[in-house]
Design a protein around this ligand. Structure first.
Ligand SMILES: [Fe+2]
Ligand SMILES: [Fe+2]
Length: 285
């Protein structure tokens, strides 16, 4: 059930989508009609995007922002949030052996091993924490997957662009022109992105982390921008400067799989100290 049930397997599939080679290399046409009958995961991902592109409208995004951005759901420490997120464990797909915490740790440990600043390491650890939305009953198409602006024309370089044919905003004269409701150069901060874990976590952490970290968190699934080079017309110079950080983060998110799983028990004191350097004990979600 793509629509209703939190399921670690699908989240893993969708998050690994680029890695599976379905996204075109820059300069190639999207292989959007590709079907691989040897890989049921691929069709599951396809079905995921059919729903995502159908339901992520300007109105839906506005409603979700109303619902969540008051941050009055609960207060948790980062450790409590990590534990909570980790209840999203995949036990149905033998190919996906990473739980959510392992993905976060592998990302942060790879960033640390490359000698990046501490806030970059912390960003690796936290970047998917917004997936707690799943545990509050949100359908997966409203939590994970690639993100894109709503309120203007959908780029045909977004994955599975043909599914936007079913999005009601396509028929809306205000939202369906190239620029839609936006002034060119208005800056991404003034753009409504499709709703998911990226935008949500940005708002949860916005007071605490440095600007490049917040860009990595907010736009890490905006592949149409950071990989496909679309939507530059929405950007201002600040966005363009921050884009290099978003790109720097991406390989750690996608390709980090160390042969030896990081041991949370051993690493916990290091991360505990790192978290306390930037974040208060309790955070509003
Ligand atoms: Fe993510
Ligand atoms: Fe991730």
């Amino acid at each position: 059930m793509v629509n209703e049930t939190p399921n670690g397997s699908l989240i893993g599939d969708v998050e690994r989508f680029v890695e599976q080679g379905l996204y075109p290399e820059p300069g190639q046409r999207a292989r959007s009609d590709y079907r691989n009958y040897d890989s049921p995961a691929r069709d599951t991902v396809r079905e995921f995007y059919r729903q995502n592109h159908r339901w992520q409208t300007y109105e839906f995004v506005s409603q979700q922002r109303q619902k969540y951005l008051g941050l009055n759901r609960c207060r948790m420490s980062i450790f409590e949030a990590l534990d909570f997120l980790n209840t999203l464990v995949d036990d149905s797909d033998p190919d996906i052996d990473l739980d959510q915490l392992q993905h976060l740790l592998q990302t942060s440990e790879a960033i640390r091993a490359d000698g990046h600043p501490d806030w970059f390491v912390l960003t690796g650890l936290l970047h998917d924490l917004g997936k707690v939305l799943c545990l509050w009953g949100e359908p997966q198409w409203a939590v994970v997957g690639d993100t894109f602006p709503v309120g203007c024309q959908f780029s045909d370089r977004i994955v599975y662009p043909e599914f936007f044919a079913d999005n009601p905003d396509r028929q809306d004269s205000a939202y369906s022109t190239l620029h839609g409701i936006y002034q060119p150069g208005c800056g991404l901060r003034n753009v409504l992105m499709s709703w998911g874990h990226d935008e949500y976590l940005f708002h949860v952490l916005r007071e605490y982390l440095p600007e490049p970290s917040l860009y990595m968190i907010r736009y890490h699934s905006f592949y149409a921008w950071h990989r496909e080079e679309q939507y530059d017309w929405l950007c201002d110079d600040h966005d363009r400067e921050m884009l290099s950080w978003v790109r720097k983060f991406n390989p750690y998110d996608l390709y980090t799989k160390s042969p030896v799983a990081p041991d949370w028990k051993t690493l916990r004191p290091y991360y505990s100290e790192l978290i306390s350097r930037y974040l208060p004990e309790q955070i509003a979600f």
